[in-house]
Design a protein around this ligand. Structure first.
Ligand SMILES: *Cc1c(COP(=O)(O)O)cnc(C)c1O
Length: 230
């Protein structure tokens, strides 16, 4: 599989259950074709209100993601009291001064990418037993506007995290928007293998089939489920 299959309409139609089933089927097929286990599907609900999210919860979906701590803190505590098994992922940048709030709110953080954030998380972990799943975002496209550790700094960074008592479980990437994502996904998989990290957070609405084919463990799907963001 060389290019992402344009299998998902830009504006999804049908019920939440149908959209979920479709995305899952595409991801499962692509993963299986690549000899991989199917990825977990994180429904990225950023910018969407509770009314838009509810049908997906009612359809049985339980894994969601947000990119801002503040926005998630406004929406999810209430939803979580109604659906306590919800697993919430932070996929956006995390400021060190919000580390405590993020650890309380989220079950996974995909953007551990700086020594200062490692320090802040280690300080939080000293005072709580909550341990979200941690990913290190890698800026493989070397884009200055994007978060993520530069790839050449990854080995030292992972060592720093380990020495601070942080258990990094995987790597995350957002490939440059205008490039073929395949080489970025392949490189992320290679780096994860080299560092013996089992998890790969890669693949969004436009390319999750390709990511699943290349071994993604967590695909992050927004618009293919919820429609375009305003
Ligand atoms: C918004 C977002 C997504 C989802 O993007 P879509 O293209 O709508 O699927 C995935 N990952 C991150 C980090 C995001 O911020």
């Amino acid at each position: 599989m060389k290019k992402a299959i344009a299998s998902v309409p830009a504006v999804p139609t049908g019920s939440a259950a149908k959209r979920l089933a479709h995305v899952k089927e595409v991801a499962h097929r692509a993963a299986s074709a690549g000899g991989h286990a199917p990825p977990r599907l994180i429904a990225i609900s950023k910018t969407h209100d509770t009314g838009t999210i509810l049908p997906f919860l009612e359809a049985g979906h339980r894994i969601f993601g947000e990119n801002r701590v503040q926005e998630a803190a406004g929406k999810w505590p209430d939803l979580k009291t109604r659906f306590p098994e919800v697993e919430l992922h932070l996929v956006g940048q995390l400021q060190s001064n919000k580390a405590k709030e993020a650890v309380e709110l989220f079950d996974a953080i995909h953007s551990v990418d700086r020594p200062s954030l490692v320090k802040a998380l280690a300080r939080v972990f000293a005072k709580t037993t909550k341990r979200p799943l941690l990913f290190t975002q890698v800026n493989l496209g070397q884009e200055p506007q994007k978060g993520g550790i530069p790839p050449e700094e990854l080995p030292a960074f992972l060592e720093t995290a380990k020495n601070s008592g942080l258990d990094i479980s995987g790597l995350m990437v957002i490939p440059p928007a205008d490039k073929d994502p395949a080489p970025y996904f392949a490189l992320l998989a290679k780096l994860a293998k080299r560092h013996e990290l089992a998890k790969l957070s890669m693949g969004m609405s436009s390319d999750y089939d390709l990511a699943a084919n290349l071994g993604s463990s967590h695909v992050r799907i927004g618009s293919a489920l919820f429609g375009e963001r305003k």
